[in-house]
Design a protein around this ligand. Structure first.
Ligand SMILES: NC(=O)c1ccc[n+]([C@@H]2O[C@H](COP(=O)([O-])OP(=O)(O)OC[C@H]3O[C@@H](n4cnc5c(N)ncnc54)[C@H](OP(=O)(O)O)[C@@H]3O)[C@@H](O)[C@H]2O)c1
Length: 355
């Protein structure tokens, strides 16, 4: 497991809320504490969870189903997987208002089609949970049909495009209902073990370089999770206060994420589950459930919610000039790519995100 939190204490407050800074050892110790399930009431509200068929996403959806949402959209790679998940949620909770939607984050055209469909069928979106991701990739270097390294696209670029295309519905929800919709990026504690290297930052295009076969990366999975937090930072700066973007670390949890680990890697993983007090997916999902409605909006807006359901300081590197420069460059590069992929993006940026 990547060592996270292994850096100096640097107290740069991001908001007025209390923030914690945990060392790696403290984070591992924190895994011994299982956070409570914070229940809530989503009456009349619409929630969307990507990756709702497995692990943390499924358990999150199941918990939220018990909190009476008007609509719970389960997003999976196929309608069949979403339907299976819905049947299981219904049989375990009795909830009948879950609906399936399909999208493959590794295929931009399906994200565009998804947004077109969502614009027709959703009249509001109160909680968007970008949870889907891939962990171990044992297939080696894999490129999507859009010509991006698979993990980078599925974990970072795809969720960013998906979120941006859904912004008009989210903003409409805030305005029409005077509410504070949340956009949740499910990130990870591994962000404390990584950064974008100076060499990559100096390259003509950071995301293209990160996508390349050459091992200039510090670990692809961790970088994609860092990009999730960078996206939250940009959205927080550019969206009106009525929208609450935040990132969450569900903690090290047993889920489908390790399914790609084979042989020695799989054995190593089994040992980690014991040594690092892994949560079950249900326990990990409690952090995501909390992110969907817990805490005061002004305290969790732009925050990284982690162990013990507390707001944790961002990695020191993200707060450096280099960290901020790479965040801004990556944002501009993503917008350029997305503008080519989907003609709605420039309008969404111009109309909804202040420059
Ligand atoms: N488990 C941990 O220790 C841990 C720790 C920190 C953060 N996280 C984060 O928690 C989130 C949930 O992961 P998990 O641990 O619950 O893993 P998981 O059980 O493997 O769930 C991942 C979900 O993502 C979906 N997905 C994968 N590729 C996709 C694609 N191309 N398009 C759409 N959906 C796709 C999967 O669908 P299929 O079933 O079709 O593959 C699955 O539903 C991830 O963001 C992960 O980074 C996990």
């Amino acid at each position: 497991m990547a060592r996270f939190g292994n850096h100096n204490r640097l107290a740069i407050p991001r908001s007025a809320s209390k923030m914690v800074h945990l060392t790696f050892e403290e984070q591992m110790e924190s895994q011994k504490t299982v956070p409570p399930l914070i229940t809530g009431d989503f009456t009349g509200k619409t929630i969307m969870v990507t990756g709702g068929n497995s692990g943390i996403g499924f358990e999150t959806a199941k918990h939220l189903a018990t909190m009476n949402p008007a609509r719970l959209i389960i997003v999976c790679r196929s309608m069949e997987k979403a339907q299976e998940s819905i049947s299981q949620i219904e049989s375990e909770t009795g909830f009948k208002n879950a609906e399936p939607m399909a999208l493959d984050l590794g295929d931009f055209s399906t994200i565009s089609e998804f947004a077109t469909q969502a614009n027709k069928t959703l009249d509001r979106l109160d909680v968007l949970i970008e949870n889907a991701a891939v962990g171990f990739n044992t297939d080696g270097y894999t490129v999507t049909k859009d010509d991006w390294e698979m993990q980078l696209q599925v974990n970072a670029l795809g969720p960013a495009l998906h979120t941006l295309l859904l912004l008009p519905i989210i903003l409409k929800t805030a305005k029409q209902h005077s509410t504070f919709p949340r956009i949740i990026m499910v990130s990870s504690g591994v962000i404390y073990s990584t950064k974008i290297s100076s060499e990559v930052i100096a390259s003509p295009n950071i995301i293209k370089t990160l996508s390349g076969k050459e091992a200039l990366t510090q670990g692809r999975y961790a970088e994609t999770k860092l990009l999730n937090v960078m996206l939250v930072d940009k959205l927080t700066a550019l969206l009106p206060q009525s929208v609450v973007p935040l990132a969450v670390n569900p903690g090290f949890s047993v889920s489908g994420l390790s399914r790609g680990a084979k042989g020695e890697r799989a054995e190593e993983f089994k040992k980690m589950v014991v040594d690092y007090h892994a949560y079950t997916s249900e326990q990990g999902s409690r952090h995501v459930v909390y992110a969907s409605h817990g805490g005061k909006n002004e305290e969790v807006r732009g925050a990284f919610v982690s162990f013990k359901l507390e707001v944790q300081e961002l990695p020191d590197w993200m707060l450096t000039e280099e960290g901020k420069t790479s965040r801004d460059k990556i944002w501009n590069e993503m917008l350029e790519v997305f503008g080519i992929v989907d003609a709605r993006i420039p309008t969404i940026v111009a109309e909804h995100l202040k420059n």
